[in-house]
Design a protein around this ligand. Structure first.
Ligand code: CAA
Length: 284
């Protein structure tokens, strides 16, 4: 096992920023990389906003908030990950850019550093295969919104060694998550169940002609879901959900994995959910 003193996060979108927030709150020096300084600053503002809300609600001391924000260093250069013991990748959900990134990280990070991917539906093994040290590549799959959702799936790829795997597991616990150990099977555990389930929900919308509001009310009040399926797909992002569905369908060939045409049409029209201001619902 490696003692993680410094962590790197590649990509500070909704997931990367959420993971960075968890790390700095847990007292870990964190280097966050975005492709431009502006995007980095935007992520820092987002993190600062959520930590300020915690102060306002009495969940965090102002001094602790400021110290946490001070632990985040922004960069645009991968070379700044040289001193990191663990790097967590949260870039675009496509195989080739991830493979290129891992090949580059391998040449920058020390030989003991653990390289983790937050991929939700791609193969960790295929990402690891872009490196010559696949034994130190592992999946750390967080859920959206990362600061609020307790789970992290720790994914063992074909060649992941025990040390890096347990390092990732221990780090998940250290930043306050509930980790589970799983293998590199399509969708791991939760998405293998959740993605076809959400696709079913969207198909039910068309079959039963209910409104998104009524479907959401139904699942919240009849099945105990914390939020309805339409609100959840809006939160995850219609594009992200369609992409994950396509990736799982490609691997399993199960019809329920395939994205419903309604979601594909929404994605094509730019109705991406909360992030674009409109999906099943409208957002300010
Ligand atoms: N990052 C950090 N903090 C956040 C945040 C974010 N993205 N979003 C909200 N918060 C903070 C806010 O400060 C908020 O408080 P204020 O509104 O007072 O500022 C605080 O958290 C609480 O927010 P809510 O009142 O909205 O919290 P809630 O009690 O209603 O719970 C929830 C919200 C945890 C999202 C809950 O609705 C829930 O569990 N929903 C289900 C989410 C889910 O299933 N996620 C999994 C998606 S699938 C996935 O991620 C897999 C994949 O690979 C695609």
């Amino acid at each position: 096992m490696v003692e993680v003193k410094r962590v790197g996060i590649v990509g500070l979108g909704a997931m990367g920023a959420g993971i960075a927030q968890l790390c700095i709150e847990a007292g870990v020096e964190t280097v966050g990389r975005e492709v431009s300084a502006e995007l980095g600053e935007k992520a820092r503002d987002r993190i600062g906003h959520f930590l300020t809300r915690k102060v306002e609600k009495g969940q965090l001391e102002q001094a602790a908030r400021d110290e946490a924000v001070g632990r985040l260093t922004l960069t645009t250069k991968l070379e700044d990950f040289a001193g990191c013991d663990l790097v967590i990748e949260a870039i675009v959900e496509e195989l080739e850019p991830k493979r290129e990134l891992f090949a580059a990280l391998e040449g920058i990070c020390g030989p003991e550093a653990v390289l983790a991917t937050n991929t939700s539906a791609l193969s960790v093994t295929e990402i690891a295969a872009a490196t010559t040290t696949p034994e130190r590549v592992v999946g750390m799959h967080f859920f959206n919104p990362a600061p609020l959702m307790p789970l992290v799936e720790i994914v063992r790829a074909e060649l992941t060694a025990a040390g890096p795997f347990e390092t990732a597991y221990a780090f998940g616990e250290r930043i306050g998550k509930t980790p589970i150990r799983c293998y590199d099977t399509p969708g791991f555990v939760v998405n293998r169940v959740l993605i076809p389930l959400l696709n079913d929900c969207v198909r039910v919308l068309d079959e039963s002609r209910v409104t998104p509001e009524d479907l959401d009310t139904g699942m919240k009040n009849g099945a105990g879901w914390p939020m309805g399926p339409c609100a959840l797909v809006d939160l995850v992002g219609i594009d992200v959900h369609v992409h994950a569905s396509e990736a799982l369908y490609e691997k399993t060939r199960e019809q329920r994995m395939a994205p419903p045409p309604r979601l594909v049409a929404m994605r094509n029209a730019g109705l991406l959910g909360r992030k674009s201001g409109r999906g099943f619902y409208s957002y300010d």
